[in-house]
Ligand binder design. Sequence first.
Ligand SMILES: [Cu+2]
Length: 128
Amino acid sequence: MKKILMGVLMVVLAFGVALAKDYEVKKKAGDFDVEVRIDKNPPVVGDNTIAIEVKQAGKAVADAKVLVDYSMPAMPGMPAMNYKTDAELKGNIYKATMNLSMSGPWNIAIKISKAGKTSTAKFSIDAR
Ligand SMILES: [Cu+2]
């Protein structure tokens, strides 16, 4: 019985690793559902492509303005860093390149503007 459980666990783990190829984050921003994928997992120093899917009531939103704001708080010997880049709509996905200049914690804010209202989804990553 234990062997079977271990076998099942191994399969589940292997599957989980295979699925977790991109770095994925799901967040709410106002009444938007935001799904974020970063092509490097973990995110790396240098270029990372961030793909953002925005949905409202289950439908893709393709007429918003999406801005990616990424920052690192000040640390010893380094002032706070902050960068902003507009995401470009490709299909139904907003894409941008984040150039992370340093390893360590980065705060990401995805700002979604539509009909004069801006909603923000926030999360943190750890660049390697
Ligand atoms: Cu730093």
